[in-house]
Design a protein around this ligand. Sequence first.
Ligand code: ES4
Ligand code: ZN
Length: 326
Amino acid sequence: TDITAFAFGLPKAELHLHLEGTLEPELKFALAARNGIELAEKTVEEVKATYDFTDLTSFLAVYYPAMRVLQTAEDFHDLAWAYLQKAKEQGVVHVEMFFDPQAHTSRGVPFENVITGYRRAALRAQQELGVSAELILCFLRDFSAEYAMATLMEALPYKAWILGVGLDSDERDNPPAKFAEVFARAKAEGFLTTMHCDIDQVGSIDNIRAVIEEIGVDRIDHGTNIVEDPSLVALAKERGLGFTTCPVSNSFVTSQMKADEIVGLLHEGVRVMVNSDDPAYFGAYVAENYVALAKQAGLEAADLAQLAINSFEASWLTPARRDAYV
Ligand code: ES4
Ligand code: ZN
C-alpha cells in the first residue's frame, strides 16, 4: 500500500501539539494587520527564513516573540480553529492540545482571552468537524514555581474546560522537582498530568525517573531517552505509560528523528505514538510525522496502525470513548 495515503487515512489521536506552535506565517500576517502590529518580516519567505533552528534554544527564540500577534479571544480562536481544520485533513479524530497561558499573561494578555478563544474553537471542532478537542494547560518551566501556582489558581474557574496540565519550555536547570508542589496541587484539583522530558537534555534519564517515580505523571512528552535504563522501560511498559514522541521536531532540536529509539520502544510494547509538536515551525503535521518516521525506519502499515492504537490508548478519553476507537 501507499504508506502516505495509509498514514493520512488512519484515524488517530494527537497528544503532543502546542497550539502556539501552529501559527502559520499567513495567519501571523492576518492577525498582525487586525491588531495594528508592525512585523519586521514582510513576506512568508522572510518569516520562514527565520526558522533556522539548530537546538531548542534557537527554536524558542523565534517561537515566543511570534506570539505577540495573539491578543484577543478571537485571535486565539482563529489560531486553534485553523489547526483543527488542518488536523481533520490529517486524519485526527481526537486531539489533546497544549497551550502556554504564561506566554500571554506575561505580556499583559488576560488569561480569559486565551482560554475562552481556545475553548470556543474546541467546541466548534466537535460540532462542525466531528473532531473531539481538549485542552492541556502547560506551565513554562523557565518561569518560577510561584508563577506556575498562580497560573493554576487562575485556571481553576475554567477547570471544566481543561483536561490536564503539562510542563514545557527550557528544561535546562528547570528539573521536574521545581514543580513538585504545583503538580501535587493540580492532581488534588483533579487534573491529569504530563511533563516534557526533552531528548536533548544532559541527565535526561534522571528527569525521566523523577517524573515517573516522584511526580507520578499520567504521561510523558518525548521521553525517548528512557531507553538508557532498561529497568525503567520495563516499569513504563508494565504501567502502560504513554510517550508522546515527535520525530520531525526531534530532527530540528537535535540532528536526528530518534527513529531507532521510537521504533525500539514500539516493538517492545511500550505505549509510544507519533505527534507533530510545533507543526507550523517544523513543517509537518501529524500524518506527515507518521510518513517521515515510516520512511526513515522502513515501517509498514501494521506499525503505523499500532502507533495509532497507542495514540488512543495513551489518550485521556474516557474508557468507553477510547474503546470505540481501538
Ligand atoms: C517546545 Cl520543541 C519544544 N520543547 C519544549 N517546549 C516547547 N514548547 C513548544 N515547543
Ligand atoms: Zn512539545
